[in-house]
Write a protein of this length. Structure first.
Length: 419
């Protein structure tokens, strides 16, 4: 199947090029020019709109969409744990499908889900066509009575399937005792797999770690060998300069979640400083509890503006750096190097952004206008692995959208009654 998208603006090698964008099955065959001798099966007029790589939402917990709009007071009281306790596989499956609708309409083609029941999340992801980097959220509760190495082996065998991949996931330092931290460290040495974990999510938890172990969480992870195979950490609010050096030395990536961190009053990730030290930084929405929206334009704008506030410098970070964090660097931070961005022979993971409906005049700097003015509703089309999954309000995910909404409405009302 050859699809020729024409009359397009395309972000290619950090520049905007104009012309054709040709997709051959699941690969990009040409950028900027038609492919001589290839007769397209389908032609799509992009009408001067902008083709970007899909967004990579580097950190989320999809079933927690059920927690959206719970009051902060309820959350503080641990109400959400009661909600999560009553979520069975069926509920997790439908709630993940609901989250996937929102990811796709916001231009997200890859997510990374951390959760302790992965079977229904994998099923929902593979059926819809979205990519999902899956990991358990291992903590003391989850580990009780289990052999962690068996959890890992089962994960490798089961969740590297279809559009899903499996990684080692640790909830956080605070949710794991010393023995469990050592067990996870040992796991990472079996196949050289990196560990994914929440880390330095708040100043309070880092302080508790210093009181308990006499060092920051980052230093503790290094000393326990948790970074021996690299790693990817979520949040990384207010690390010390020594922490940043450790992350750089140990090739640890960071997924910054600016809206979630701001919403929780936890602080700002020093993206600028991390990048200057060579740390790969991607962006994530996290999920309801801390952040109710899956709009990556919002995450980009938050990251962009918060870095300027943090460093007192309006040039602290550029628009293209932030766009790369949400796309190419996000993929790299998740350990996905095979489809980093738009290029010939790259996997066809891309979106079309309607630039006619954003504040675009004057249009001297299109990327700046997109970054400052666009939102998820300006995404016209989301394509993953060459397959159109979302286009102009319609979903092509092998499921009736009304059924997803009605199942979720029924499930949520049932869950609230049972609490
Ligand atoms: Zn999280």
């Amino acid at each position: 199947m050859i699809t020729r998208y024409y009359n397009a603006k395309i972000l290619y090698n950090n520049e905007i090029v104009e012309g054709d964008f040709v997709v051959y099955n699941n690969l990009i065959a040409s950028i900027g020019a038609p492919v001589m001798g290839l007769m397209p099966d389908k032609e799509v007029d992009v009408k001067g709109n902008l083709i970007l790589p899909t967004f990579k939402n580097g950190h989320t917990h999809s079933p927690r969409i059920v927690l959206r709009s719970l009051s902060k007071e309820s959350i503080d009281l641990g109400y959400y744990q009661n909600v999560e306790r009553v979520l069975n596989d069926d509920a997790i499956y439908w709630l993940t499908k609901l989250a996937i609708l929102e990811y796709l309409k916001n231009g997200i083609g890859t997510v990374s889900d951390m959760y302790n029941k992965l079977d229904p999340i994998m099923a929902a992801s593979n059926e819809s066509g979205i990519r999902n980097i899956l990991m358990h959220m291992i903590n003391n509760d989850f580990a009780k009575g289990k052999e962690i190495v068996s959890v890992y082996e089962h994960g490798l065998e089961t969740y590297n399937s279809g559009n899903c991949k499996y990684r080692i996931g640790l909830h956080s330092e605070g949710a794991a005792d010393y023995t469990l931290l050592k067990e996870i460290s040992a796991l990472s040495k079996i196949d050289g797999q990196p560990v994914f974990a929440h880390l330095s999510e708040s100043k309070v938890e880092v302080q508790k770690c210093i009181e308990k172990y006499g060092k920051t969480q980052v230093a503790l992870f290094r000393d326990l060998g948790l970074f021996n195979s690299g790693g990817t950490v979520f949040h990384m609010v207010e690390p010390t300069e020594e922490d940043i050096q450790i992350l750089s030395d140990m090739s640890v990536n960071v997924i910054s979640c600016p809206s979630a961190n701001a919403g929780s009053g936890n602080g700002i990730c020093p993206i600028n400083r991390l990048r200057a030290k060579g740390v790969v930084v991607g962006l994530g929405t996290d999920g309801p509890i801390a952040n109710y929206s899956y709009d990556m334009f919002n995450e980009m704008r938050m990251a962009y503006n918060l870095q300027k506030i943090k460093y007192g410098d309006k040039h602290a970070i550029s628009n293209i750096e932030v766009l790369n964090m949400a796309t190419v660097d996000g993929a790299k931070a998740l350990g996905e190097k095979i489809y980093p961005g738009l290029g010939v022979n790259s996997l066809a993971d891309f979106i079309i952004v309607d630039i006619k409906n954003i504040e675009r005049i004057p249009g001297k700097n299109l990327l700046e206008n997109v970054l400052m003015c666009a939102n998820g509703s300006n995404v016209l089309t989301t394509v993953v692995n060459g397959k159109v999954l979302y286009d102009s309000g319609n979903y092509y995910i092998g499921e009736d959208v009304d059924k997803i909404y009605s199942m979720c409405e029924m499930l949520v009302s049932d869950i609230l009654k049972r609490l």
